[in-house]
Design a protein around this ligand. Structure first.
Ligand code: HPA
Ligand code: ZN
Length: 337
């Protein structure tokens, strides 16, 4: 029994494609008449085991390749909404990767329509309010990032509120992507970027000072630079931490050495998220629990980080206030029972 499962939550770093579990992949394959027997279960099951970070990125891309038509995206969005509802997530910012699908020649407009429709249906049934962030693939270069910004603006009506950038942090230099992020800001899009996950503090500095993003995806390697920690504190730039992800991709080698405890103790705006819950065999409620059971944090610290995740979200002020109130109320009621 997870005592955090019933508390109202937000999640702000969650990849739609990385939320697709093996059973759902097999169901989708069956739906299009492709083999989905025990051989495929064994072969595709390997996508959920990562030797290191580059191997994880390859697995992520291959999993994306299993999603083909708009109906597949409707299926996975509905499944995600149901799962999040079961964990009392009231608001979720969900990354999706239009660049990968556009490159594969998939009809992205129809895909986005199916995603948005499934999200709306899920919300009407008591699931989370979902908003979308288009996530660029850094190693694919500036051109696809520029197109992605145009797409994000075009699909605003489908709940797209901003952009992120994932993939290989060590590939495209930040100065080359800076104009893309500047343009995104000018167009009123919210911004975040994966940095300080696989690469070191320099990558976080560049995300802050060159890309000028509002939040940092992961950012855990900021712990290696005391001056950077001060900058993150004084500018209050939230870190979208995803602890199990870091163990799973090998960027952190043990729970004992995970930097999240130090980052929190140093006063950084730490938030908690699941990243790619299916690929990392975790969930948001499990991440909350592991802050306590694996990282030794107190319940008060876990609740503070949960509340900070709401505060760091791109929700409007009233939405944040309501969700914070719901979390505090439910936590107090759980205390009394
Ligand atoms: N890092 C980089 N790229 C990604 C990730 C991540 O954690 N998840 C999905 N794409
Ligand atoms: Zn991520």
């Amino acid at each position: 029994m997870n005592r955090y499962g019933g508390l109202p939550k937000a999640e702000i770093h969650l990849h739609l494609e990385g939320s697709v579990d093996l059973d759902t992949v097999l169901q989708i394959r069956r739906g299009r008449g492709e083999p989905a027997g025990s051989d495929e279960r064994w072969r595709l099951g390997e996508l959920y085991r990562h030797r290191d970070f580059p191997h994880f990125l390859r697995n992520f891309k291959e999993l994306c390749g299993e999603l083909r038509g708009p109906a597949d995206f409707g299926t996975v969005t509905a499944a995600l909404s149901t799962r999040l509802r079961g964990e009392s997530v009231r608001y979720a910012e969900v990354f999706c990767s239009p660049t990968i699908f556009a490159r594969a020649g998939l009809p992205f407009g129809e895909i986005m329509e199916a995603i948005a429709a499934a999200a709306r249906r899920g919300e009407a049934e008591g699931g989370p309010r979902m908003r979308f962030l288009f996530d660029g693939v850094r190693q694919l270069g500036v051109g696809p990032l520029e197109s992605m910004v145009e797409m994000a603006v075009a699909y605003r009506g489908y709940g797209v509120i901003g952009i992120g950038m994932g993939g290989d942090e060590r590939s495209l230099p930040a100065k080359d992507c800076a104009p893309v992020f500047r343009e995104a800001r000018r167009l009123g899009l919210r911004t975040t970027a994966h940095a300080g996950e696989f690469d070191g503090p320099r990558s976080v500095w560049e995300a802050l000072e060159v890309l000028e993003v509002e939040r940092i995806g992961h950012g855990i390697r900021a712990v290696e630079d005391a001056v950077l920690l001060r900058a993150l504190r004084s500018h209050v730039v939230p870190l979208e931490c995803c602890p199990t992800s870091n163990l799973s991709t090998g960027v952190v080698t043990s729970w004992e050495t995970h930097p999240i405890r130090t980052l929190h103790a140093e006063g950084c705006a730490v938030t908690v998220n699941s990243d790619d819950p299916a690929l990392f065999e975790t969930s948001i409620a499990e991440e909350w629990r592991r802050l306590e059971t694996r990282l030794g944090m107190s319940r008060d610290d876990v609740l503070a980080i949960g509340a900070r995740t709401i505060e760091a979200s791109f929700l409007e002020a009233a939405g944040k206030r309501d969700l914070l109130g719901a979390l505090r109320g439910a936590a107090a009621a759980a205390d009394e029972s």
